[in-house]
Design a protein around this ligand. Structure first.
Ligand SMILES: [Fe+2]
Length: 134
């Protein structure tokens, strides 16, 4: 079980790429802690990720606002949806007291979402930012 950032997910904007790598690293640690059933570590990582995700999305949203980016509203909505789903997942995980099925669900959901979001929405944004900085 693993979630890995690969070079194929690089969008070419150093700040965004750096934050994506940290997101993958911490999510992978969360999945690892879930596999081990390490409740303290799971709680810490859930907390860390809740604020890191908001910080990361905030960084992208500021870059978009500063650039007058046309896709801002749509991109921001995708971020808000993710945060909502993440918090709902955390609640269902904690209510259920954990479990392998939810661990696999998190891996699949978050892995698929991040890859699709980064390869699609974030890639388009980064290209626009890099072109603008040109
Ligand atoms: Fe994004």
């Amino acid at each position: 079980m693993a979630i890995k950032w690969t070079q194929a997910l690089a969008v070419g904007h150093p700040t965004i790429d750096g934050q994506h790598q940290e997101l993958f690293r911490r999510l992978d640690k969360l999945l690892e802690a879930m596999m081990k059933g390490d409740r303290d570590e799971i709680g810490r990582l859930f907390d860390f990720l809740a604020s890191y995700v908001v910080e990361h999305f905030g960084t992208e949203e500021k870059l978009m606002r500063d650039a007058g980016y046309a896709g801002y509203e749509m991109h921001k909505l995708a971020h808000e949806r993710f945060v909502k789903d993440y918090l709902a997942f955390r609640k269902s995980y904690e209510d259920a007291g954990g479990g392998a099925a939810l661990t696999i669900k998190l891996q699949n959901w978050v892995g698929d979402w991040l890859k699709a979001h980064i390869a699609g929405t974030d890639q388009v944004l980064a290209k626009a930012l890099v072109k603008r900085a040109g």
